[in-house]
Design a protein around this ligand. Structure first.
Ligand code: CA
Length: 666
């Protein structure tokens, strides 16, 4: 290919060749092993290789009954610069690798396009994908929202979710995909639902699940307590085996992963997959580097590996065949596994062209913006090709339909993640201006639309919210105790996030004061540190009710969410008469009803009175409180006029009486 711009057969613009091998780029849709009963066709892109063979095995490792080599068959190089082999006959469930002879070495590698694999992902497997579908899969529905701002995201890890016995999950499924399929799970005396039943009650719309593609750091042959977040990708298009009940049979993890997704969909909950294309578990020695040495990664001028990721290597999304790999992989998960959204780890290491191409590809298949896309848009140093526009917050305005995490509101709410004892808005009222920017969904700053702004106080990285409060308020003493003043701060934090425009997001268990006992970076800490202890649902029932109530309220009031359509029609103005309280009014129209919402967020240790005439509305306006320090929801808490009392460390949300009656009494 000699043109300046590379275009695939569907007409997508893959951009300009950057690497010398890009001129041999291949845009076909058949990379990998394509199975049918009559034959399996293998297609590999490795344009500089001297020869390639497919090696077929009976099992996924040599330590299994019946292990043995079935065949070694040469591939032929085509005019399209790919290697191909048609393997006649029905070879379902055979395992395979590629033996590639490069000019200086011969290596054995897993196919980077493998869609199934054996234990620990050391061999690919020929898979008949329709045969992996669980019962009812053909009737499974995606969870698409009218606007990304309608999503409410709960971030969880497969093992955290059910590892603890208090989850009520059967012992064999604890920490596994199948835990998501158990119903009527209870904690304690049988009154508190857990797991998926609990999530239905909580009202969140999506779970974001920490990596569940095949990662490298856990030995799948040991069914034990070992734990890792999974940000160490080995095979991008294969589900992780340690979460399955049988990591040896390449079909089982696929079926069980689909069962997890279907169970969540059946509960009305969408699945956002955490994807980590920015680096691989290993750089040299990865299946990418064994397949095409030196191509898929970035290197410094001195030839050393670029390491913006901090994980020893950075992939090169601006190289056409890695760009294509990302597009193909995301589309594959969305189609084959019915994934409803993707969260891109260290998105700031990718480039904006690739993210836009992913957006366009998904839109063509699923409709505009239906699949939610956002990522970590941090500004990062990396040895990318010149003229590469990295996909960081500064590029968000050039990436329609791709959002980014809002570190401004994260740090403003409870202090910087870079200082354990640093305080923020909920502790001492600091950071009010950045809170206001978050309330607007950063549209006054880096986001073009509120739907591009993911607002949050806590995620898997850094301290759990409760731990941050214990550190900054109590010097790190008493992780297992309940402190009611800290619970008030969590409620205020939740009120900030759930009344702000954008996509609200929180770490699983934030709403039950989850602790990791001050462990700031628990990526390989014990399962005991990381697991959700469902016993807390009993200790923090009031906190759960508060989150539930705010979620219910947010779902009913379009103006709180700030979809693009809503933002155009509603007017939000701040009333700076009681700083450091953050106070604002929204004039809105919803379903033909004109109304007003008043929100006051009081971080002070004392109660604050706010004259409602300062809203600029008719002084006779009567208001209904729907959230205060103690309660939140859609039920009327009290009628208020003229003067609003905002209790210490709390939020107050009011709706004008006429609009309240019209919206909630219907
Ligand atoms: Ca694995």
């Amino acid at each position: 290919m000699n043109s300046d711009v590379c275009t695939c057969e569907k007409g997508f613009d893959f951009g300009k060749p950057v690497h010398e091998l890009d001129k041999f780029a291949y845009f076909g849709n058949d990379l990998g092993a394509v199975y049918s009963k009559e034959k399996t066709v293998f297609t590999l892109w490795s344009p500089a290789a001297l020869s390639v063979k497919v090696k077929l095995y009976a099992t996924g490792s040599d330590n299994e009954a019946g292990a043995g080599v079935l065949a070694e068959l040469p591939m032929e190089k085509t005019q399209d610069n790919v290697w191909r082999l048609e393997y006649a006959g029905d070879h379902k469930n055979e395992y395979y690798t590629y033996i590639i002879t490069h000019k200086d070495k011969t290596v054995e590698t897993v196919d980077i396009y493998a869609k199934a694999g054996g234990v620990n992902g050391n061999r690919g497997m020929i898979v008949d994908l329709p045969s992996t579908d669980p019962e009812g899969w053909d009737k499974d529905n995606y969870i698409f929202m009218p606007s990304p701002t309608d999503a409410i995201v709960w971030e969880v890890h497969v093992k955290d979710f059910s590892h603890c016995a208090s989850s009520g999950i059967s012992e064999k499924n604890r920490g596994k995909y199948l835990a998501f399929c158990e119903h009527s799970t209870l904690y304690g005396e049988g009154i508190v639902p857990t797991c998926v039943d609990y999530l239905k009650n909580l009202g969140i719309t999506h779970v974001q699940i920490n990596p569940f593609y095949d990662f490298g750091s856990i030995d799948e042959s040991k069914n034990d307590d070992s734990f890792n977040w999974g940000y160490d990708p080995k095979n991008y298009n294969i589900p992780e085996g340690s979460y399955s009940t049988n990591p040896y049979d390449g079909n089982v993890r696929i079926t069980e992963c689909k069962q997890m997704i279907k169970a969540l969909h059946d509960a009305g909950i969408g699945v956002i997959m955490d994807v980590v294309y920015n680096h691989t578990y290993q750089g040299g020695g990865s299946f990418f580097d064994l397949s095409v040495p030196g191509y898929y990664y970035r290197y410094n001028r001195d030839g050393s590996w670029s390491n913006g990721s901090g994980c020893s290597n950075d992939t090169a999304s601006e190289h056409l065949m890695f760009r294509k790999f990302m597009v193909d992989s995301v589309l594959y998960w969305a189609k084959e596994y019915h994934i409803d959204g993707f969260r891109f780890d260290l998105m700031g290491l990718h480039d904006a062209h690739t993210m836009n191409l992913i957006r366009q590809t998904l839109d063509k298949e699923f409709g505009k913006d239906n699949i939610i896309l956002y990522g970590e848009g941090w500004h990062m140093g990396t040895a990318c090709a010149r003229d590469t526009q990295l996909a960081n917050q500064g590029a968000v305005r050039s990436m329609h339909g791709v959002g980014a995490f809002n570190d401004n509101i994260r740090d403003a709410i409870k202090g910087s993640v870079f200082g354990a004892y640093d305080k923020g808005f909920v502790q001492c009222g600091a950071g009010a201006e950045r809170i206001k920017s978050g309330i607007l969904g950063e549209t006054c700053s880096w986001a073009g639309e509120a739907s591009q702004c993911v607002n949050y106080a806590s995620c898997h990285d850094n301290y759990a919210l409760y731990d941050k409060l214990i550190l900054s308020e109590r010097g790190g003493a008493g992780y297992s105790e309940r402190f009611d003043n800290l619970v008030s701060m969590i409620k205020l934090s939740a009120a900030v996030v759930l009344t702000s425009r954008g996509i609200p997001f929180f770490l699983a268990g934030e709403e039950i004061a989850r602790t990791k006992f001050g462990d700031e970076n628990s990526y390989c800490s014990s399962a005991k540190i990381n697991e959700i202890d469902w016993e807390n649902t009993g200790h923090y029932a009031d906190l759960i009710l508060y989150y539930q109530g705010l979620i219910r309220l947010r779902k009913r009031l379009d103006a709180l969410r700030g979809s693009n359509e809503v933002s155009d029609k509603s007017n939000l103005r701040f009333i700076d008469n009681a700083m450091p309280c953050v106070t604002y009014v929204v004039d809105f129209e919803q379903d033909g009803i004109n109304g007003h919402i008043f929100v006051a967020l009081n971080p002070c240790d004392y109660d604050v009175r706010i004259n409602l005439a300062d809203t600029g509305l008719d002084k006779n306006t009567k208001w209904i409180a729907v959230a205060n320090k103690h309660s939140a929801g859609t039920a009327p808490l009290m009628a208020i006029s003229e003067l609003a009392l905002v209790e210490n460390k709390s939020a107050l949300v009011l709706i004008d009486e006429a609009a309240y009656k019209a919206i909630f009494k219907k």
